[in-house]
Design a protein. Sequence first.
Length: 73
Amino acid sequence: MTKHTAYRREAILEYITQYSTANGYSPTIREMAEATGLASTSAVHFHLQEAVREGSLTYQRGRMRTWKVTPKD
Protein backbone atom coordinates (compact mmCIF):
# COMPACT_ATOMS: atom_id res chain seq x y z
CA MET A 1 0.00 0.00 0.00
CA THR A 2 1.36 3.40 -0.92
CA LYS A 3 1.52 6.33 1.50
CA HIS A 4 -1.22 8.09 -0.45
CA THR A 5 -3.53 5.07 -0.29
CA ALA A 6 -2.89 4.65 3.44
CA TYR A 7 -3.57 8.35 4.02
CA ARG A 8 -6.89 8.21 2.13
CA ARG A 9 -7.99 5.06 3.95
CA GLU A 10 -7.15 6.57 7.35
CA ALA A 11 -9.01 9.76 6.42
CA ILE A 12 -12.12 7.74 5.54
CA LEU A 13 -11.94 5.71 8.75
CA GLU A 14 -11.47 8.87 10.83
CA TYR A 15 -14.44 10.50 9.12
CA ILE A 16 -16.62 7.45 9.80
CA THR A 17 -15.63 7.56 13.48
CA GLN A 18 -16.33 11.29 13.84
CA TYR A 19 -19.61 11.17 11.91
CA SER A 20 -20.87 8.11 13.78
CA THR A 21 -20.06 9.67 17.15
CA ALA A 22 -21.89 12.87 16.24
CA ASN A 23 -24.92 11.29 14.54
CA GLY A 24 -25.35 7.77 15.92
CA TYR A 25 -25.00 6.15 12.48
CA SER A 26 -22.36 6.07 9.77
CA PRO A 27 -22.18 8.39 6.74
CA THR A 28 -23.15 7.48 3.20
CA ILE A 29 -20.45 6.62 0.70
CA ARG A 30 -21.15 9.90 -1.12
CA GLU A 31 -20.70 11.86 2.13
CA MET A 32 -17.39 10.05 2.70
CA ALA A 33 -16.22 10.97 -0.81
CA GLU A 34 -17.10 14.64 -0.32
CA ALA A 35 -15.50 14.81 3.14
CA THR A 36 -12.23 13.23 2.05
CA GLY A 37 -11.88 14.92 -1.33
CA LEU A 38 -12.32 11.80 -3.44
CA ALA A 39 -13.96 12.43 -6.79
CA SER A 40 -15.87 9.16 -7.05
CA THR A 41 -17.85 6.88 -4.80
CA SER A 42 -16.13 3.88 -6.37
CA ALA A 43 -12.81 5.05 -4.92
CA VAL A 44 -14.40 5.21 -1.46
CA HIS A 45 -15.94 1.78 -1.99
CA PHE A 46 -12.50 0.38 -2.87
CA HIS A 47 -10.99 1.78 0.35
CA LEU A 48 -13.92 0.50 2.43
CA GLN A 49 -13.63 -3.02 1.03
CA GLU A 50 -9.87 -3.07 1.63
CA ALA A 51 -10.40 -1.87 5.22
CA VAL A 52 -12.93 -4.67 5.75
CA ARG A 53 -10.47 -7.19 4.30
CA GLU A 54 -7.76 -5.91 6.67
CA GLY A 55 -10.11 -6.05 9.65
CA SER A 56 -10.12 -2.27 10.25
CA LEU A 57 -13.81 -1.93 9.44
CA THR A 58 -17.02 -3.96 9.75
CA TYR A 59 -20.54 -3.58 8.40
CA GLN A 60 -23.83 -5.44 8.26
CA ARG A 61 -24.35 -6.78 4.77
CA GLY A 62 -27.60 -5.60 3.22
CA ARG A 63 -28.10 -2.76 5.72
CA MET A 64 -27.36 0.89 5.08
CA ARG A 65 -25.12 3.10 7.25
CA THR A 66 -23.73 0.32 9.42
CA TRP A 67 -19.97 0.93 8.95
CA LYS A 68 -18.06 0.56 12.22
CA VAL A 69 -14.34 1.16 12.66
CA THR A 70 -12.67 -1.69 14.53
CA PRO A 71 -10.54 -0.47 17.45
CA LYS A 72 -6.80 -1.00 17.03
CA ASP A 73 -5.08 -3.20 19.57
